[in-house]
Design a protein around this ligand. Structure first.
Ligand code: FPP
Length: 258
C-alpha cells in the first residue's frame, strides 16, 4: 500500500476510471498454472486496486468482470469465476461499507447463478449509503445490449422520445451513466487494444490507455502511472486547443479602459 503522504499528493477527485481486467488466463499459463489460478490472483488484484482507487479519491471505478460473451467459456471456468466473484463480495462487503464505498453491479441479472446474485444484491443493499468511491462491477454485461435496453425504456417512458433524438440521447445517457457520468479514462490490461463491448456510449470521449501488463500483475503504481499520463493529455471534446495567453503591451500614455 502506498504511504499516506504519497496518497495525499495524488488525489483524483471527480475521476471516472474504467478497467478491462484482461490477461488472467495468459498470466496463469505463463506460470504453468491452470487458467482459474489467474482468476484467483485477479481477484486479489481487484481488491488492491479498489482499495487504492478509494484511497486516491477516484469518484467512480467501473470494472469489467464478466461479459455477456464470456458465457461461451467452458462451464467449469464460468462456475469458478462466479464462485470467485461471490467470495470476493462476501469477504469485502464489511470493509467496503466501513470505507464508504458504494457497490453496484451493472449488466443483466436474469442469468446470474442464484447464490452469486443474492450476494451481489446484498452487497448493494449494505453499501447503498456509501458516499465515497462508487464501485461498479460489470457482470453479464454487454454495452450494446445495455444501450438497446436503455433506448427501449426511454421509448416506453415517453412517446415524445421516439421522435426527439436529443431527448432520447439524454435519457439513454442518464440511464447508462447515472451519477457516475461518462468515463474519463479507460484502461485495458493484457496487451489487446479493443473495447470488447464495454461502456461504448459512456466512453465517447474517454482517454484510452493500453498496457502489456497482465491483470494479475497490474498494481497501484500502474494505476497511478496511467492517471499521470491521462493528466498530461489535452481533452478537447471536439473543440480546438485553448489559444496561448497573448501578452498585450499598453501603448505609452494611453489610459486603460475597462
Ligand atoms: C480476464 O482474463 C478475466 C475474466 C474475464 C474473468 C473475471 C475477472 C476476475 C476474476 C477478476 C476479479 C474481479 C472482481 C471484481 C472481483 P482472461 O481470462 O480473459 O485472460 P486471457 O485473455 O489471458 O485469457
Amino acid at each position: 500500500m502506498a504511504n499516506d503522504s504519497a496518497i495525499q499528493g495524488n488525489r483524483q477527485p471527480g475521476l471516472h476510471v474504467a478497467i478491462i481486467m484482461d490477461g488472467n488466463g495468459r498470466w496463469a499459463a505463463r506460470q504453468g498454472l491452470p487458467r482459474v489460478a489467474g482468476h484467483r490472483v485477479g481477484v486479489l488484484t481487484a481488491r488492491r486496486i479498489v482499495e487504492h482507487a478509494d484511497e486516491i479519491g477516484i469518484r467512480c471505478l467501473t470494472l469489467y468482470a464478466f461479459s455477456s460473451d464470456n458465457w461461451r467459456r467452458p462451464a467449469a471456468e464460468v462456475t469458478r469465476v462466479f464462485w470467485l466473484l461471490r467470495a470476493f463480495l462476501r469477504m469485502e462487503t464489511a470493509r467496503l461499507r466501513e470505507r464508504g464505498v458504494r457497490f453496484e453491479a451493472i449488466g443483466r441479472r436474469d442469468r446470474i447463478p442464484e447464490a452469486a446474485l443474492r450476494t451481489m444484491e446484498r452487497t448493494e443493499e449494505v453499501t447503498a449509503g456509501g458516499s465515497g468511491l462508487h464501485l461498479r462491477v460489470a457482470i453479464d454485461y454487454s454495452s450494446r445490449d445495455a444501450i438497446a435496453r436503455a433506448a427501449c425504456e426511454a421509448a416506453a417512458l415517453s412517446d415524445e422520445a421516439l421522435f426527439r433524438p436529443d431527448m432520447l440521447r439524454s435519457m439513454v445517457t442518464q440511464a447508462l451513466a447515472g451519477d457516475c457520468g461518462e468515463v474519463d479514462l479507460l484502461i485495458r490490461t493484457g496487451g489487446e487494444k479493443r473495447l470488447s463491448d464495454f461502456l461504448l456510449w459512456e466512453c465517447a470521449y474517454a482517454e484510452l490507455a493500453f498496457t502489456e501488463r497482465m491483470w494479475p500483475e497490474f498494481d497501484e503504481a500502474d494505476l497511478d502511472a496511467a492517471i499521470a499520463e491521462f493528466r498530461h493529455r489535452e481533452r478537447r471534446f471536439g473543440g480546438v486547443p485553448e489559444p496561448p495567453m497573448k501578452q498585450v503591451s499598453e501603448p505609452a500614455g494611453q489610459p486603460v479602459s475597462a
